[in-house]
Ligand binder design. Structure first.
Ligand code: GCU
Length: 684
């Protein structure tokens, strides 16, 4: 029923253009696979399914090269079997691939060549992407290598089936405290992830509760093994989030002190046990000493002590410790003006640079707060040249409309990845920190919190599929243009209709800005309903323990994070950025209230006052949300009705909810400031 919603960007719709079908059939009738492994099997299966659906043929599959028109799959190992093929495997990295069309008088062959089998699979998905977007295949000469080594998805799934910050139904992995039986669904998820180059997944919430603590015990490891083998076939390594206090929680010891010999021994044995089940297990993702989770602080040890203890246990097996830097005081007194949550990660971790083992990676959220619609880039990126770092994004839209509002995040992620840290002078963007090219990192990459659940369209809002797609593509290559990724996704998801392409592309690319317009202004963040994080509540967090304040009074608003008069946060950046943010003259408008407390009458660079900007953007934002809906309705007869109606419903909710945002924000600031809207629009 829900076929198209479910298939996401792997639609493989039958191609109507007879000439093109004929052309594609020339190669697609024969799939010749020189390599043989479960990963190659996946590539072969995907090609087989896709080509039969798109071209209405049954490809012949064989394991040797015959002199016929064909698609050939091979990895570097099989190079000697590739007669006279002139290719240079040195130009690609471990996960890289080449796609080459070689035509002679007698026949034509498309080679899908990977350094390893995973590359062959990525090449197969690439070829299918080209075909779904109706590209010519007769002169292909594609050379691709992922820029990031670790391309990871973090599931925040709990074993009771709930998903922390999940907005698309329940978990596809677990139900009622046991593993789901629906392995097909997990396999289809693996296909989606692998098709955009994801190569790692952690399968449980970073907040590891009672039941999930057992995932590393022999009671649940057989099930983890089963899931790992599904992902393995798609080139994806499985990781687990662990409870730092497992030694205690599982009843074996009465301490979790990382320097205690018994604790060390316990984890070493634990690692051995896990690797007996899963020889290519990825490692642990750890949230420690953060939001009431246990960690080394209890024992007066630091994060390096904690991470290194686990790293030693995993090291003999090649496993990684991914240690999260989301560490801050979540029991702050709002009266305490000296503590600034934004400073926390840097203050905790920067002094430990160089103390972490080689197989530890610090996973740092993109901003110093928590995935707000707009916040500064974390100053920790680039500040630890001797410690592996990776990025954490959030694909699930916790603070960006929870998949009920359209908010396409690729433009945001691009801005963050392109942000110049100045770590090595001008031209030191974040993307070159996390891809490991700026400093000699052994491991690095990008992770993101997933946005999928068991909804039939995976993501609740069907257009939110674009965020998952975009995350994968951008992580593969942060230099890709947002427009390119967007068009690729639309073509595969909705077909080749030009109007559809144009309208959806406009909708997606503007949606982040639109969402920002009617929510919290000028980088100040929060102003959401506590706990749920959906909907406006200006003072929701203002007098609470979470360290997330805007300090609005009758004169002005914003958080003074300057060195001169504020919390000193700006000093955590490299000099050029410190100076830019420190001064009102150079601080960019969109982050003004993140860095400064200013009067409502302060003039922005755009020429309008802060209060007028708040009014203007909130009125505009609602109008723009309405335009999103209008655009969509022009596509009524061009999109299948289920997807059309699904998306229309969400856009309608967005329009009406954006008005709630507009009116609450405008009214709040009108009442605080007593300053009227210059244009005299309705404020309550
Ligand atoms: C946010 C989110 C929590 C989550 C936490 C984390 O605070 O609201 O649900 O656990 O981030 O990233 O650990």
């Amino acid at each position: 029923n829900h076929k198209e919603s479910y298939a996401a960007w792997l639609q493989y719709k039958k191609i109507d253009d007879a000439a093109l079908v004929k052309e594609y059939q020339k190669w697609a009738s024969n799939i010749e696979s020189l390599a043989d492994s479960i990963v190659i099997q996946s590539a072969q299966n995907e090609l087989n399914t896709a080509l039969s659906l798109m071209l209405d043929i049954q490809p012949k599959i064989s394991s040797d090269i015959k002199p016929v028109n064909s698609i050939v799959l091979a990895s570097m190992k099989e190079l000697n079997l590739l007669d006279k093929l002139d290719v240079d495997f040195d130009q690609i990295n471990e996960d890289g691939y080449m796609i080459k069309t070689v035509t002679s008088d007698e026949n034509s062959t498309i080679y899908l060549l990977g350094k390893r089998d995973a590359g062959v699979l990525y090449a197969a998905f690439h070829l299918l992407r080209l075909m779904q977007n109706r590209e010519k295949l007769d002169h292909l000469n594609i050379v691709e290598s992922p820029k990031n080594q670790l391309r990871m998805i973090n599931q925040w799934d709990n074993m009771d089936g709930s998903i922390e910050r999940g907005y698309a139904g329940k978990s596809i992995f677990y139900k009622d405290d046991v593993f789901s039986e629906e392995l097909n669904r997990i396999q289809d998820y693996a296909r989606l992830l692998s098709s955009v180059g994801i190569n790692a997944i952690s399968i449980n919430n970073v907040n590891v509760h009672q039941v999930e603590t057992n995932l590393i015990t022999s009671s649940l490891l057989p099930k983890v093994t089963e899931v790992a083998s599904i992902f393995r076939a798609y080139g994806i390594k499985t990781f687990l989030s662990i409870n730092y206090a497992s030694t205690i929680q599982l009843g074996d010891l009465d301490t979790a002190d990382p320097l205690d010999p018994e604790v060390k021994e316990w984890w070493k044995n634990k690692a051995k046990e896990i690797y007996r089940f899963i020889p290519d297990f990825g490692g642990f993702l750890v949230k420690a000493d953060s939001e009431h989770r246990p960690g080394p602080f209890t024992y007066n040890r630091n994060h390096a002590d904690g991470a290194n203890m686990l790293a030693e246990a995993l090291e003999p097996f090649g496993g990684l410790v991914i240690w999260r830097c989301f560490v801050y005081n979540c029991l702050q007194d709002w009266r305490d003006r000296s503590t600034d949550r934004a400073r926390a990660a840097y203050d905790h971790f920067k002094p430990l640079d160089g103390q972490f083992h080689e197989n530890v990676i610090l996973q740092i959220k993109n901003g110093p707060m928590d995935f707000q619609v707009r916040e500064a880039v974390s100053p920790l990126f680039g500040a630890m040249p001797q410690t592996n770092q990776m990025m954490e994004f959030q694909v699930t839209q916790e603070y960006t409309g929870q998949q009920r509002h359209l908010c396409y995040l690729v433009p945001q992620w691009k801005e963050i990845l392109d942000f110049d840290t100045y770590a090595n002078g001008e031209g030191s963007p974040v993307k070159q920190v996390v891809d490991g090219s700026m400093f000699p990192y052994r491991y690095s990459g990008i992770a993101a919190v997933s946005n999928i659940g068991n909804d039939y369209n995976w993501t609740g809002h069907t257009l939110a599929q674009a965020n998952l797609y975009g995350f994968g593509r951008l992580t593969w290559n942060p230099d890709l243009e947002a427009e390119t990724i967007t068009n690729e996704w639309i073509g595969q998801t909705f077909g080749q209709d030009e109007l559809v392409n144009e309208q959806i592309s406009q909708m997606l690319l503007k949606s982040w800005e639109i969402y920002e317009h009617y929510t919290s202004p000028l980088g100040v963040g929060w102003m959401v309903n506590p706990h749920y994080h959906y909907g406006p509540n200006v003072d929701g967090y203002e007098y609470s323990v979470w360290g997330t304040y805007h300090f609005a009074d009758c004169h002005g608003i914003g958080v003074d994070r300057t060195v001169q008069t504020g919390t000193g946060y700006t000093a955590q950046y490299f000099k050029e950025n410190t100076e830019m943010y420190e001064s009102l003259d150079t601080c960019p408008d969109e982050l003004l209230l993140f860095f400064h407390h200013v009067p409502y009458t302060h003039k922005l660079k755009s020429g309008v006052t802060v209060i007028q900007h708040i009014y203007n953007t909130h009125f505009e934002g609602v109008q723009e949300a309405e335009e999103l809906k209008e655009r969509w309705t022009t596509l009524k007869d061009r999109i299948n009705s289920e997807r059309y109606e699904d998306i229309l419903n969400r856009l309608e909710e967005q329009v009406s909810h954006s008005k709630e945002w507009r009116d609450i924000i405008n009214t709040y600031f009108y009442r605080k400031s007593g300053i009227a809207d210059e244009q005299n629009r309705k404020i309550y």
